[in-house]
Design a binder for this molecule. Structure first.
Ligand code: ADP
Ligand code: MG
Length: 244
């Protein structure tokens, strides 16, 4: 098994005449946590969405765990199973209990039987500190709890890598810490993670590497102490001056 879990090479993405990604290269190694920062509209979400082909790249290649997703013959469903994704909006099924939210895809996609799917669901609810909420409905939970359920739901599929797109941006400030705590724990457990975030403290403490994006490209990257602590590029400095 290769050490590189995500390999993005020469990635371009346009929407009509709007070029949103202008040649992006990213490699994420097994167990690595890479945080992506940058201004709104710089292409961060599009980059993440190209990794599991929620958006189809205009040019370039994306490989996950050695399998090239952009290969026309690729088994995209199989590749997507290796990728967990958590969005700003939690996207839980509101008419299903927390437990059922975690078992649906396991049963449909992984063909696990009910008992096994529920066992894995409870295990992952415990992992995010919500073992006692299995029978609750999503609307009975706080935003932070709902986001932790969304994380547990992704984990229940045994992904090789987790993608997070501003997972705390829709939360009330007092609920952000619990979600970041779960993400920190995942990082400590060795999960490979690509995280778009505005939480600079989290990026500083948890990321192995930080990418600063602007205008559809990576302007600067390196350890957080360098990119956030001592940025070299003017655009990075300007951005950080606004958010820190
Ligand atoms: P970020 O996540 O960094 O804020 P996005 O990747 O969401 O940036 O968006 C980058 C640019 O691409 C923005 O100008 C946005 O309006 C545009 N864009 C994103 N998705 C689409 C789409 N489906 N159709 C057209 N334009 C889009
Ligand atoms: Mg975005």
């Amino acid at each position: 098994m290769s050490d590189v879990v995500i390999e993005i090479a020469g990635l371009h993405k346009s929407f009509g005449s709007l070029e949103v990604l202008r040649g992006v290269d990213v490699r994420v190694r097994r167990g690595e946590v890479v945080c992506v920062i940058g201004p709104s509209g710089s292409g961060k979400s599009t980059l993440l969405r190209c990794v599991n082909l929620l958006e189809e790249p205009t040019a370039g290649t994306v490989s996950v765990d050695g399998a090239e997703l952009t290969d026309p013959d690729a088994d995209i469903d199989a590749a997507r199973r290796r990728i967990g994704m958590v969005f700003q909006q939690f996207n839980l099924f509101s008419h299903l209990s927390v437990l059922d939210n975690l078992t649906v895809a396991q049963r449909k996609v992984l063909k696990r039987d009910k008992q096994e799917a529920e066992r894995v669901a409870r295990e992952n609810l415990a992992r995010v500190g919500l073992a006692e909420k299995a029978d609750s409905m999503p609307a009975q939970l706080s935003g932070g709890q709902q986001q932790r359920v969304a994380i547990a739901r992704a984990l229940a599929m045994n992904p090789q890598v987790m993608l997070f797109d501003e997972p705390t941006s829709a939360l009330d400030p007092e609920l952000v810490g619990d979600v970041l705590g779960v993400m920190r724990q995942l990082a400590d457990e060795g999960m490979t993670m690509l995280v778009v975030t505005h939480e600079m403290q989290f990026a500083r403490e948890v990321a192995d590497r930080v990418l600063f994006m602007d205008g559809g490209g990576i302007v600067e990257q390196g350890p957080p102490a360098e990119v956030i602590g001592a940025p070299k590029q003017e655009r990075t400095k300007t951005f950080l001056a606004r958010v820190l």
